[in-house]
Design a binder for this molecule. Structure first.
Ligand code: SF4
Length: 352
């Protein structure tokens, strides 16, 4: 009898499958005690054990470097708590809120910006707390969009998701439901026709934003899962995190953006790495990110261009931090740079 491969959660699982060695056990026990570990069979299978720099392993396999906490790193790097009027809600921008339905994920990313708050040990959002969170949304008519996040909301059953979507649909001023998830790549089989139907609701637009950081994550199964969502009437966008040793070179990043577009997924955000504890080995400089955006501009279709953003530490929201193509010369004239680095004068606009 064939036994279905299981999600790797214990260090012994990682050792048995060649993803960790016993000589690292003591350090990794300290890492795993602090930050959740889970690697789904689909992602474990993608890892090349012979490559010590494998970009999939780098994202999911715990390493001792996570014990190096830098002074600038913080438990709540993007300042969720400062904007949480009731548990489960983050209301940072006027017209939208995050609704954190669960603290659990199918897979745990080593760079996660919410790594201090997520994992199986974190407290779930109880029915009473969900009532309070939905009550908050209903009481704030300025909320046009609700972003389901977590954790990963697509680990929940289709039945549970349907209940939440139905309750959101009953709030007249909520027009858009956006779901952020890594499940279509990490555990594609969860994207069943029933789950797709659960996310759709009459009169509201549902979007799914896929989190993917390397083209190899878009396996055949992942592509089919995304097609089920899109063919089911749910447009998809993507968000990726710029990660040292994973996607911080023009070719790899370009391949990722093209693979997404080929799957009918519009690249939306490229996030600069957040100041999450123990993640400095995965962060790049902002200058590096800007160079990569310049390298993609003009060489890849406009469809493949995400917005490079930084979540300002402390809860001040996202700002685009891509390169600036405008400058002024000594004569005060506006100059604009083309994608080959050439500089061109642009005539002054009308006086305002
Ligand atoms: S799926 Fe998202 S919330 Fe979960 S560990 Fe990865 S980045 Fe964090």
């Amino acid at each position: 009898m064939n036994v279905a491969p299981k999600t790797l959660r214990r260090l012994s699982d990682l050792e048995e499958t060649g993803l960790a060695t016993t000589d690292k056990r003591a350090a990794l026990e300290r890492v795993a005690a602090q930050y959740a570990v889970a690697i789904t069979p689909a992602m474990a299978e993608l890892i090349d054990r012979a490559d010590p720099h494998d970009p999939i392993a780098r994202q999911f396999v715990p390493v001792a470097a996570e014990l190096n906490i830098q002074v600038e790193e913080r438990a709540d790097p993007i300042g969720d708590d400062a904007h949480s009027p009731v548990e489960g809600i983050v209301h940072r921008y006027p017209d939208r809120v995050l609704l954190k339905l669960t603290h659990v994920c199918a897979i745990y990313c080593r760079f996660c910006f919410r790594r201090e708050m997520i994992g199986p040990a974190a407290e779930p959002l109880t029915a009473e707390k969900l009532d309070a969170a939905l009550g908050y949304i209903a009481a704030h008519p300025e909320i046009w969009e609700v972003v389901l996040t977590g954790g990963d909301p697509l680990v929940l059953s289709a039945r549970r998701l349907k209940q939440v979507v139905t309750r959101l649909a009953a709030i007249a001023h909520v027009k858009v439901i956006r779901v952020h998830s890594r499940v279509p790549v990490a555990d594609a089989a969860r994207i069943t026709p029933e789950l797709v139907r659960a996310l759709k609701t009459k009169g509201k637009a549902t979007y799914v934003v896929l989190h993917a950081n390397h083209a190899r994550e878009l396996t055949e199964a992942a592509r089919e899962a995304c097609a089920r969502l899109i063919d089911g009437g749910i447009p998809m966008l993507s968000q990726s995190v710029l990660l040292a040793g994973v996607n911080d070179d023009p070719q790899t990043l370009g391949e990722l953006m093209r693979a997404l577009v080929e799957c009918r997924i519009k690249p939306y955000y490229l996030h600069h790495g957040d100041l999450a504890p123990g993640t400095s080995h995965l962060r790049t400089s902002i200058e590096r990110g800007q160079d990569l955006m310049r390298a993609m501009r003009g060489r890849l279709s406009g469809l493949c261009q995400p917005t490079y953003v930084l979540d300002i530490p402390g809860g001040h929201g996202k700002s685009p931090i891509g390169p600036n193509y405008l400058s002024q010369d000594e004569a005060g004239r506006t100059r604009v740079e083309d994608f080959n680095g050439g500089s061109h004068c642009y005539p002054p606009g009308p006086a305002t």
